[in-house]
Ligand binder design. Structure first.
Ligand code: GSH
Length: 232
C-alpha cells in the first residue's frame, strides 16, 4: 500500500495517474496547500521542500522500514522501478524516458507554473513577466509538438514522461495557448485524456477537493514564503 500525500494540482495528478494505470493500491492523504498543511512538521519530515506530492511506500521491495519520496519526478521513477512499469527496461528506451521526464521537471513544470503565477495570481499585472512566460510556454509546447510528430507518446510507448507532462497541459487555455496550433500535441493530449486510468485519477481528485486551490487566503499561504516558513 502506497500512502500519497496529495493535493489536487498538476504535480499531484502525476502520481495518481501512475498508480491508477499500474493498478497499485494507494491511500490519499489530503495536504491542503491553500490552508498551510504543507508546513505541518509531520509532512515536512517526508517532504522537506514543503511541496506536494510525497509518498510513503509501506512495503518497499527489499523489505524493512517504509521508504518516503518527495519530488514528483523522483516519485514516478521510484514507482516505475518498483513495479517495472511505464519505463522501458532497455537503455535506449530508458534514456528517452528519463530525458523527457527531466525536461518536464526542469522546464515544462516550472515555466508553466510561472505562467500561472504572473498571468492569473500576481497582484499586479506585469506585461513583461506575462509575455515572457506565455512565450516560453508556447516554445515548450512547440518542442513537445515536434517530438510527438513521429511517435505516439513522448518516449515511444506510454511512460512516466507522459504522466509528468500531461497534467501541465490540462490548463492550456489559462496558459494563453491553443491546442489547434499544436496538432501532434493535441492528438497526444486527447489520447491520454481518454485513458480510463487518467479519468479515474482525476475523479479521485474531485473526491478530495472540488474547489479552486487559489483564494485570497491561499495566496497569503502560498506566496511570499521565506526560510522562516519551514523553520517551524
Ligand atoms: N518540483 C516539485 C514541485 C511541487 C510543487 O510545486 N507542488 C505545489 C503544488 S503543484 C505545492 O505543493 N505548493 C505548495 C507551496 O507552494 O507551499 C515536484 O514536482 O514535486
Amino acid at each position: 500500500m502506497i500512502d500519497v500525500h496529495y493535493w489536487t494540482t498538476p504535480n499531484g495528478h502525476k502520481v495518481t495517474m501512475f498508480l491508477e494505470e499500474a493498478g497499485v493500491p494507494y491511500r490519499l492523504f489530503a495536504v491542503n496547500i491553500g490552508a498551510g498543511d504543507q508546513f505541518k512538521p509531520e509532512f515536512l519530515k517526508i517532504s522537506p521542500n514543503n511541496r506536494i506530492p510525497a509518498i510513503v511506500d509501506n512495503e518497499p521491495k527489499p523489505g524493512g522500514a517504509p521508504i518516503s519520496v518527495f519530488e514528483s519526478g523522483a516519485i514516478l521513477l521510484y514507482l516505475a522501478e518498483k513495479t517495472g512499469k511505464f519505463i522501458p527496461s532497455d537503455i535506449r528506451g530508458r534514456v528517452e524516458t528519463l530525458q523527457w521526464l527531466f525536461w518536464q521537471m526542469g522546464g515544462l513544470g516550472p515555466m508553466l507554473g510561472q505562467n500561472h503565477h504572473f498571468g492569473l495570481y500576481a497582484p499586479e499585472k506585469i506585461p513583461y513577466a506575462i509575455e515572457r512566460y506565455v512565450k516560453e510556454t508556447n516554445r515548450l509546447y512547440g518542442v513537445l509538438n515536434k517530438r510527438l510528430a513521429d511517435r505516439e507518446f513522448v518516449a515511444g510507448p506510454y511512460t512516466i514522461a507522459d504522466m509528468a507532462a500531461y497534467p501541465w497541459i490540462v490548463p492550456y487555455e489559462r496558459q494563453g495557448q491553443k491546442l489547434e496550433d499544436f496538432p501532434h500535441l493535441k492528438r497526444w493530449f486527447e489520447a491520454i485524456r481518454e485513458r480510463p486510468a487518467v479519468q479515474r485519477a482525476y475523479a479521485r481528485a474531485k473526491e478530495i477537493n472540488s474547489a479552486p486551490t487559489m483564494s485570497e487566503e491561499a495566496k497569503k499561504v502560498l506566496f511570499g514564503q521565506t526560510a522562516a516558513s519551514v523553520a517551524r
